[in-house]
Design a protein. Structure first.
Length: 134
């Protein structure tokens, strides 16, 4: 079941309980405000139960995000030179006409889901590794 379906079914349950008992009792049971339950009831009455589905949201636009081609360049350089830190990596990237700050280069690593660097390792040798499966 998707999160939207879970939310929809919960809203329908609130309205069903309000029909069986009272709106105040249903709100106490489900931990919502009466204003919210009345808003849901109004939508359901006006537009049908399908109106209780949550609205889709468009993904946020990040105008200052690093372009994908530059992120690929950062990751390729970081994999090719795994011992370099962010400041030195930015110096090598400047030779390739990629302009980033040291923090911008490390945030590109985070965009890929790796922790601590391009290979997922911590930046210093012999560092304690997290237990397997975590």
């Amino acid at each position: 079941m998707t999160p939207a379906e879970i939310i929809y079914h919960r809203r329908v349950q609130v309205l069903d309980r309000a029909g069986q008992t009272s709106a105040a009792e249903a709100c106490r049971t489900f931990g919502i405000s009466r204003t919210t339950s009345y808003r849901w009831a109004g939508r359901a009455q006006r537009y049908g139960l399908a109106a209780l589905l949550p609205k889709d949201r468009r993904p946020p636009v990040m105008p200052t995000a690093t372009p994908p081609d530059q992120v690929e360049g950062v990751l390729a350089e970081a994999v090719a030179r795994p011992t370099l830190g962010a400041r030195h990596l930015v110096g090598h990237l400047a030779d390739q006409r990629v302009r980033l700050s040291p923090s911008g280069s490390t945030s590109s690593w985070g965009a890929t889901g790796s922790a601590g660097g391009p290979s997922g390792s911590l930046p210093w040798p012999n560092s304690p590794q997290p237990p397997p499966g975590s």
